[in-house]
Design a protein. Structure first.
Length: 323
């Protein structure tokens, strides 16, 4: 889960730097440095996750890394969303413009301060991990600039749920009803072009009190490109709090069977964020009852730019189109 959180943060911040740079004016240098620091931390994380079962301190630090990645994503996106929402609205008077400049100046200072604190926490964590024998998988000196490694992957999303900014309240409530419908479809897909808020809507669902009360287990997993099925399955089980050390040694078929059984036994919601192709679904589906003809009350929520995935994943599946 920590690996997914850091990967998500690195990708989201990279997307903001390339696609929404105008909304990061004044903090772009700090944000670029933050992304680089996260990448360096990511190089230590893979080994740390393999050692966490043997050392309680490392396990706690890995959990702290996950929260730190969420914090990094929150800080950058909150700033971009607030600046973006202000720029979309008119400022009819000089007094309002002056007040806005003062407020944005304060926001710049506050955001820079938060980013610096996060970077300090990253460096402290990496030092502690290295002190316990966790080494970076690549030298910092060989790390290329973050600006040359950014790739298009998925639109940014806020972990801080602000309906006034996001404007997806009605969509959220509608999706909650669909997911709670006992006789309804098993797979629901939020579909639309990049940057329209698919992941934001999926996160709203994940945090919704009715969804939390209705389902026994929930998991939100970012699907990397290319899709790595084992990472996704392990992240889902980790989200359910049912992943143990023995699972990491299982064959792919056995791991898929364990997840499939869990989805049969309990009412679960699995959210797969940013699944691009039918081939990615094919690689993942052995772990999902809906794709193997087994009965289950669990539901799967996908976000995708590809409308063709909907009938491919479930002939009775619903599509929720964002324009």
């Amino acid at each position: 889960m920590a690996w997914s959180a850091v990967t998500s943060a690195v990708t989201t911040i990279g997307n903001l730097l390339t696609q929404e740079a105008i909304y990061l004016w004044g903090v772009e240098e700090e944000v670029d440095r933050l992304q680089t620091e996260l990448k360096w931390m990511q190089s230590s994380l893979m080994e740390a996750e393999t050692k966490q079962s043997k050392d309680e301190r490392i396990r706690l630090w890995v959990a702290e890394i996950r929260e730190l990645a969420y914090d990094a994503e929150d800080v950058v996106e909150e700033f971009a969303l607030k600046i973006g929402s202000k720029n979309k609205g008119g400022l009819p008077s000089r007094i309002k413009r002056s007040a806005c400049c003062l407020k944005e100046g304060w926001m710049l200072h506050k955001t820079r301060s938060k980013i610096e604190k996060i970077i300090e926490r990253i460096n402290d964590l990496v030092r502690r991990l290295q002190a316990y024998g966790v080494k970076e998988l690549k030298d910092r000196g060989e790390e290329s600039s973050s600006s040359t490694e950014r790739r298009e992957s998925r639109p940014p999303y806020p972990h801080i749920m602000d309906d006034n900014i996001v404007g997806l309240v009605d969509d959220t409530e509608g999706l909650v009803k669909v997911l709670k419908n006992e006789s309804g479809c098993k797979v629901v897909t939020i579909c639309g072009m990049g940057g329209l808020g698919k992941t934001t809507l999926a996160k709203n669902i994940y945090h919704h009190h009715q969804v939390i009360d209705y389902f026994d287990h929930l998991a939100f997993v970012y699907v990397s490109q290319p899709c790595r099925k084992r990472n996704v399955w392990e992240d889902i089980l980790s989200g359910f709090k049912t992943l143990d050390d023995a699972d990491r040694k299982k064959r792919d078929e056995d791991l898929a069977e364990k997840l499939c059984n869990k989805l049969e036994e309990k009412k679960c919601l699995v959210i797969l964020d940013d699944i691009w192709t039918s081939e990615a679904w094919d690689s993942l589906k052995p772990a999902f009852p809906v794709a193997t003809g087994r009965d289950s009350t669990s539901k799967i929520l996908l976000t995708s730019r590809n409308r063709g995935i909907v009938p491919y994943a479930d002939v009775r599946g619903k599509i929720f189109l964002i324009r």
